[in-house]
Design a protein around this ligand. Structure first.
Ligand SMILES: Cc1cc2nc3c(=O)[nH]c(=O)nc-3n(C[C@H](O)[C@H](O)[C@H](O)COP(=O)(O)OP(=O)(O)OC[C@H]3O[C@@H](n4cnc5c(N)ncnc54)[C@H](O)[C@@H]3O)c2cc1C
Length: 518
């Protein structure tokens, strides 16, 4: 057994993490055929999934295509809409006109011109609108593709907003009916260990022990295997990112044809922030906050005020959910023959929708690097742990950036966020460097950075961080190139706006007629 082949993988947990992991493993390793990898998913009928997690990254398009899902079916089944990035409101200053975008397209001419120096020369023009055509599309409520654009193809890069509960059901059907995943609906009560400490089997209430070669812990915040069984510590980060609670609501649109926002809208509050996500059938609106700085009553009142101001009096709250979380990540997500993916491996506030993208990255790495035998597993595990420790640290720094650049002074929450003691050392160093040069691949050198340097630039310059750039000998050429890129971005926006349908029009078209398959 110790050096035996890896033929059977058991995934415990049927939330978004469990089903995405099972789907990628089964699709990549031919589980529908008798000679393929056996993939079993155990989900407890007694423990609900977390039920939130509506914002994604463009990686989700690759994931869905890879597992063989039709985009039309997905949009219809999951009430999905298109997301072209995030719009941050009141983050720099507490004014109604304070906002900037973090779009999904790279700045125009990103690799050819010194855009930051060009932007500084332009005085007060907002960075996002100067370098990218996408903010103008979002503000105009345009979709990122046309009726005739095939499934998964984009005119403007996009991800999705989706109903998390419906995604689970959709993936479960696809996995069990098309990909050969065996579903066991049962509660895992205990773990049988081998002499060397590996997991031999999971004890279930009705199906007895279930053996496998590799176990994936997707049991959410319970972390049944990696936490409760193995006791692998977490690296907490509540001293950097204070938010540890959320109140999530589902809100009906006032009219059937109310426009759908094509970006996540994140509005800063005195002690946290509110997300606003437009799905086809409803909005998801939630307030993330720090329990050390405010309480549930104040948050409820702030959320009610927000909904009143953004949806009108006819809006109706369909559902509400209070959630608590402990920000941080598992020091090691892969231990022996057990790997944790999803909330079991960690969670930080959903400010940039980093959770599902980490699930996709982890499941993809697991699938592509699936050890052939137990003998090779520790080598893969060490790489996996190194990769994800790096990713978690970068995600934490990236989220903290949104807070340290704020000039808000209306509460202790914002002042505490700017306290140097709460700033990760590496972020402090980078900010020193970035006073004189823009974020680049030298600061974020890995191939699969969760947030590439362009994302850091959108936040920095969206929040009025004004560096002192070095005078260079190529200045005249650089200036001309930057100006050409700015003209191009404006021209693309001008041409695309009338050529793209309204977001709701495209969603309605997909529901009635569908997109052409790839
Ligand atoms: C407020 C909030 C907002 C969020 N927003 C976003 C967002 O916009 N974008 C994003 O990417 N992410 C977001 N997330 C994170 C996202 O919700 C999760 O990453 C995602 O849902 C994956 O969850 P999961 O599958 O790991 O866990 P869960 O959904 O909790 O699933 C756990 C599963 O384990 C099973 N289970 C537990 N114990 C046992 C047992 N003993 N035996 C058998 N089965 C068991 C349960 O039945 C369940 O099926 C948000 C999270 C929160 C808290």
């Amino acid at each position: 057994m110790l050096n035996g082949p890896v033929r059977h993988v058991v995934v415990v947990g049927g939330g978004s993490a469990g089903w995405l992991t099972a789907a990628l493993l089964a699709a990549d390793h031919d589980s529908a055929s008798p000679s393929g990898l056996r993939v079993t998913l155990i989900e407890s009928p007694d423990v609900p999934t977390i039920g939130v997690g509506e914002g994604t990254w463009p990686t989700m398009r690759d994931t869905l295509r890879r597992i063989g899902v039709s985009e039309t079916d997905f949009v219809r089944a999951c009430d999905a809409t298109f997301k072209q990035g995030s719009k941050f409101v009141r983050w720099t200053r507490d004014h109604a006109d304070d906002h900037y975008h973090h779009p999904f397209v790279l700045p125009q001419g990103y690799h050819d011109a010194d855009l930051v120096a060009g932007w500084l020369r332009r005085g007060d023009t907002p960075f996002d609108r100067l370098v990218s055509f996408q903010p103008a599309l979002c503000d105009a409520g345009r979709a990122p593709k046309q009726f005739g654009t095939p499934e998964y193809a984009a005119v403007a890069n996009y991800a999705y907003h989706l109903d998390a509960a419906k995604l689970g059901l959709f993936l479960r059907a696809h996995c069990t009916q098309r990909l050969g995943v065996r579903l066991v609906s049962d509660h895992v009560d205990g773990v049988d260990a081998q002499d060397n400490g590996d997991i031999a089997a999971l004890r279930t209430r009705a199906h007895g022990p279930i053996e496998a070669d590799l176990f994936v812990d997707c049991t959410g915040m319970r972390a049944l295997l990696i936490g409760q069984h193995y006791g692998i510590d977490r690296t907490p980060c509540g001293d950097v990112l204070f938010n540890d609670r959320a109140l999530a609501l589902q809100v009906r649109y006032p009219e059937a044809d109310t426009p759908i926002a094509c970006q996540t809208i994140s509005t800063a509050q005195a002690n946290g922030w509110i997300w606003d996500i437009g799905l086809s059938a409803r909005r998801g609106v939630g307030h993330v906050y720090s329990s050390a700085h405010t309480d549930a009553d104040a948050v409820e009142a702030a959320l009610q005020r927000y909904i009143g101001a953004t949806g009108g009096a006819e809006c109706e709250i369909i559902a509400r959910q209070s959630l608590a979380f402990d920000p941080g990540y598992r020091r090691r997500s892969w231990h022996r023959n057990c790997v944790a993916i999803g909330l079991s491996s960690g969670f930080v506030e959903p400010l940039e929708a980093s959770s599902l993208v980490l699930v996709e990255l982890a499941a993809t790495m697991l699938s592509e690097q699936l050890p052939a035998t137990r003998e090779t597993m520790d080598v893969v595990a060490a790489r996996f742990n190194d990769t994800f420790a790096y990713r978690w640290e970068r995600v934490i720094e990236f989220l903290k950036l949104h807070y340290v650049l704020s000039q808000r002074d209306d509460s202790a929450y914002w002042r505490d966020h700017r306290d140097a003691a709460s700033m990760p050392a590496r972020l402090g160093e980078l900010l020193t460097l970035w006073r004189h040069q823009p974020p680049s691949r030298y600061d974020l050198p890995r191939v699969d950075e969760v947030f590439p340097s362009a994302s850091w630039q959108y936040i920095l310059y969206g929040m009025d961080f004004r560096p002192q750039t070095r005078a260079t000998t190529r200045r005249a050429t650089d200036a001309a190139r930057a100006e050409a890129a700015f003209r191009e971005a404006a021209e693309i926006a001008r041409r695309m706006r009338p050529a793209l349908p309204a977001h709701r029009e495209l969603i309605d078209h997909i529901h009635t007629r569908g997109l052409s398959p790839v």
